[in-house]
Design a binder for this molecule. Structure first.
Ligand SMILES: Nc1nc2c(ncn2[C@@H]2O[C@H](COP(=O)(O)OP(=O)(O)OP(=O)(O)O)[C@@H](O)[C@H]2O)c(=O)[nH]1
Ligand SMILES: [Mg+2]
Length: 427
């Protein structure tokens, strides 16, 4: 199955919590704090891989998660860090952010990597919080949650030349005679339903890649036929070869077809429509009266297109077509990507940490504070210990929670609820 679009959810690993523990020593009921740090959560890295051709596996597996860091333990032992997760995608995969629609990266070279979500930092163990006045801290820092992000993967095949045209004009036949590719060929419409790639190795010239895509018909941009979505696979090409059935073997008008396809191209993407385009008048072996053929060639040239007379079946005119193609590829050189490419400034995505976000709302007579960070914090505080409570309050103050509560006119003795914890407020 050829799948060229997929939406996946990425969850980086969370950092492990710092440990709370005390050295056990003979005759000392409670030794110094020795809880180690939590391990770092694993990150997720996307990597382009030549061995993959489609995005099919992402249809079945949507959620991808990197390992969490382990919690710190006694004896100053740090928790093990979570393993990074490397996700392989085909070369030519464009990565977009679901929420903003922006292109995050374009993985167009084999082995290219991009760290897309970062694992959370591990929390510090209680051994870190001992001070002269607080020798037995019964709290540790909670680990930070891993980043989460939903992304869209879009495969755009890498080819130098794209073959476009109506169904049945001979696109796949041409591909099969100038490359080693063996696409399906048959005398009916939409024989080709997925794009095919082939490498043209002609004479001593540098090889180039050519893409044959399913045929287009009038109304393709509105989804008629197989629609225009396969045009995405010629977006990276430098040159388009527009194939026409010059014999009109199906009773079609070649010039009319030509204009219709170009209209569809324009509707799909104006920039793609401006790519250099040459025309191949195919199936000329079927034509007995060549004068009409030259009229057609002349009309295309008047519209500003170079036209070549060929027969994919007999091989007539293929030398001229290929040598001009190679010459044009050389002249064109590198082309600007057609898709809106707005990569992020930094290589590594750093969204605002969710831990900084919280909300306060009034429910009945209580002030309810909500935020992922606080849920984690509560897990790492020992509420039977005064020191720990002091620490907890300091964190609330630093994060601006008290300030927010005061803005909401909180009074002494009002109830504040955070997750499972409730306490009475006093200034
Ligand atoms: N006589 C003749 N027949 C040709 C020529 N090129 C292709 N054909 C025939 O035209 C029919 C369609 O060819 P395909 O290569 O499958 O056409 P296509 O453009 O790939 O068609 P779709 O995949 O349906 O879009 C087949 O029966 C081919 O044998 C040619 O130069 N001369
Ligand atoms: Mg075909």
């Amino acid at each position: 199955m050829f799948v060229d679009k997929a939406e996946i959810i990425l969850v980086a690993g969370s950092g492990g919590h710092g440990g709370v523990s005390f050295r056990r020593e003979k005759y000392v009921p409670m030794g110094g704090p020795d809880g180690g740090h939590g391990g770092h959560g694993g990150s997720i890295i996307l990597m382009a891989d030549n061995g993959l051709r489609t995005l099919v596996e992402f249809k079945y597996k949507r959620k991808h998660k990197a390992e969490n860091g382990e919690n710190g333990t006694s004896g100053q032992s740090s928790g093990k860090s979570g393993e990074d997760l490397i996700i392989k995608v085909p070369v030519g995969t464009l990565v977009k952010d679901k929420e903003t629609g922006r292109v995050i990266c374009d993985l167009s070279e084999n082995g290219q990597k991009y760290q897309i979500v970062d694992g959370g930092r591990g929390g510090r163990g209680n051994m870190n919080f001992a001070t002269a006045t607080r020798q037995a801290p019964r709290f540790a820092q909670g680990g930070v949650r891993g980043q989460e992000r939903t992304i869209i993967l879009e495969l755009k095949l890498l080819a130098d030349v794209g073959l476009i045209g109506f169904p049945n004009v001979g696109k796949s036949t041409l591909l099969s005679v100038i490359t080693k590719a063996k696409p399906k060929i048959a005398n009916y419409h939409f024989t080709t339903i997925i794009p095919n790639l082939g490498v043209v190795e002609w004479r001593n010239f540098d090889p180039f890649v050519i893409a044959d895509i399913p045929g287009l018909i009038e109304g393709a941009h509105e989804g008629t036929g197989l629609g225009d979505q396969f045009l995405r696979h010629v977006e990276r090409t430098k040159l388009l070869i527009h194939l026409l059935d010059a014999s009109g073997s199906e009773g079609r008008e070649p010039l009319d077809d030509f204009k219709k396809i170009n209209y569809e191209l324009e509707k799909y993407n104006a920039k793609l429509a401006q790519r250099v385009q040459i025309v191949a008048l195919n199936k000329v072996d079927l034509i007995s009266d060549q004068s009409e053929l030259y009229t057609l060639k002349g009309e295309l040239e008047d519209l500003g297109y170079e036209a070549f007379i060929i027969s994919a079946v007999t091989g007539q005119g293929l030398n001229e077509l290929l040598s001009r193609t190679i010459q044009l590829l050389d002249e064109i050189g590198e082309v600007e990507p057609i898709f809106d490419f707005e990569p992020e400034e930094e290589t590594i995505y750093t969204p605002e940490f969710k831990e900084k976000q919280f909300t306060v709302k009034k429910v009945d007579n209580a002030f309810v504070v909500e935020g992922e960070f606080f849920e984690r914090l509560i897990n790492s505080v020992n509420f039977e210990d005064l020191d720990s409570i002091g620490f907890f309050q300091r964190v609330l103050k630093d994060k601006g929670v008290f300030e927010e509560l005061e803005k909401m006119n909180i009074k002494d003795d009002d109830t504040v609820r955070i997750d499972e914890i409730e306490f009475e407020y006093y200034k």
